[in-house]
Ligand binder design. Structure first.
Ligand code: ATP
Length: 458
């Protein structure tokens, strides 16, 4: 049903008619458009821009911070809130060398670094297929290991005793707190510890916007299981994680599971699969699910002298649990959601850009739009906003024509616009307009929270 009231003089000509079928632009264009949209609409800004930027670091703007929180929130909801076998943790980012010695990162967390003999640029050897992306030369130095950890000093004295590292992954926080969590929660394998937070890697060649940056956010979970159940839980988590991306709207043809070849596996892992997304440059990793055996707990136990094992009082059995780890990137995943959601279509013979984001991920779930700037609509529009804000993340926009404002909300993925018009003053009803179908329905204000709630089931 199209509301005459909300599609009055201010409305776009044929708003309410079903949009023409949308399409995503070609791969190269798509990347450019996403980067442009992110900057223009306040999702992601180049960091320190007024000083000329700072080497592949990015700041998340007013819309980006909402969306990134939603990505992390959706992960936390699925991995912690909806389960009784996973608990959360938030460990320190600054950490002592002992952790990274025991985990093997000081010795092994390296990428192969080569120098181009022609233009003297430096590259990660495994990412360039033997050809310098800068000058096309194939003349390189031999590859040497380059450790990716950021080293710093804690406290005022910069000597060896003060060395600290910024964590390059969140996972070790879960291993070193294994005994603390076990004691305080009384969990029994199979159980998991989840963490979301920043990690830092001194990447040789950060690239592809926020796909690979030196500072990024991860969402990781260590799932501790009886040793004989390792492979079963590995398969379970590969399926679960694939399902998460699908449920949040990534199409089947853009998502795949890629099991690692045996020569790709880390020395401690017996099986790893990546969840891969079809990025504009091809298939690439969103998340790795690794069966890490008992490597980490044994390593930390040996280095710290603490017993890191599970004792089953009922059976008298004592063992070191095996670990299955789903490790995803929050910032990288946000970029994949943006790429997957981007479409261009036509509404009322006018082109529009639309982000078909799942409502859980959209920066705003609802936009409240008074039809006109006239003062008479403002008190009711603000009343409606006040009703919705405790339940949904809302935008409030009074600028430009209603048609333009719908386009602006479509472009940032807001699934529902609520328009307050002059009839609303008499009938205390508003128009709810759907981003994807552009369909509009009239809803009484006192039913509005429930109506929108039905569209966003928990
Ligand atoms: P790559 O091979 O791409 O360097 P990785 O296999 O070392 O990545 P993991 O250590 O498995 O990555 O990290 C888990 C997840 O963290 C990755 O799947 C990715 O989503 C994210 N991630 C890792 N490094 C970065 C980075 N530099 N920038 C953004 N996200 C990252």
């Amino acid at each position: 049903m199209t509301s005459e009231a909300a599609t009055g003089t201010d409305a776009a000509p044929a708003e309410g008619r079903a949009p023409a079928e949308g399409r995503a632009p070609g791969a190269g264009d798509l990347m450019e458009r996403i980067v442009g949209l992110c900057k223009r609409r306040g999702f992601i800004f180049p960091s320190a821009e007024i000083y000329g930027g700072f080497r592949s670091t990015y700041d998340y703007g007013p819309l980006g911070v909402n969306m990134l929180r939603n990505v992390k929130g959706a992960w936390w909801r699925s991995m912690v809130q909806l389960r009784d076998d996973v608990v959360g943790l938030d460990a320190a980012i600054l950490s002592p060398p002992k952790i990274w010695e025991a985990s093997g990162h000081l010795a092994n967390f390296t990428d192969p670094l080569v120098d181009c003999r022609q233009c003297h640029s430096r590259w990660r050897a495994d990412k360039i297929d033997g050809v310098c992306p800068n000058c096309g030369s194939t003349d390189f130095t031999d590859a040497r290991p380059f450790n990716l950890m950021f080293k710093t000093h804690a406290g005022p004295i910069e000597d060896e005793g003060a060395v600290a590292y910024l964590r390059p992954e969140t996972a070790q926080g879960m291993f070193v707190n294994f005994a603390n969590v076990l004691q305080t929660t009384r969990k029994k394998p199979p159980f998991g510890i989840a963490q979301v937070g920043k990690s830092f890697r001194n990447e040789i060649t950060p690239q592809n916007f926020v796909f690979r940056t030196r500072e990024f956010e991860q969402m990781e979970m260590e799932y501790f299981v009886p040793p004989e159940e390792g492979m079963k839980w590995y398969r379970y988590w590969v399926d679960e994680r694939y399902r998460w991306y699908r449920e949040l709207g990534i199409a089947e043809e853009k998502l795949r599971i890629r099991p690692h070849e045996s020569d790709e596996l880390s020395h401690y892992s017996t099986a790893t699969s990546d969840v891969e997304f079809l990025f504009p440059w091809g298939w690439d990793e969103l998340e790795g699910i690794a069966y890490r055996t008992d490597f980490d707990l044994r390593a930390h136990s040996a280095a710290s002298g603490e017993r890191l094992e599970y004792f089953d009082q009922a059976t008298g059995e004592r063992y070191v649990p095996h670990v299955v780890e789903p490790a995803a990137g929050a910032t990288r995943t946000m970029m994949a959601f943006l790429l997957a959601a981007y479409e261009e279509d036509e509404v009322g013979a006018e082109p529009r850009t639309v982000l078909r984001l799942h409502w859980r991920l959209s920066p705003y779930q609802v936009a409240v739009l008074p039809l006109s700037k006239k003062q008479t609509l403002e008190p009711l529009a603000r009343e409606v906003l006040g009703l919705l804000q405790p339940h949904f993340m809302c935008d409030y926009d009074t600028t430009q024509s209603i048609g333009r404002r719908y386009r602006r909300q479509d472009e940032v993925g807001t699934p529902w616009c609520v328009t307050v018009d002059f009839d609303s003053l008499d009938d205390r009803a508003v128009t709810v307009r759907d981003r994807d179908s552009t369909e509009q329905v009239r809803v009484p204000i006192d039913r509005l929270v429930a109506e929108l709630g039905d569209r966003m089931p928990t």
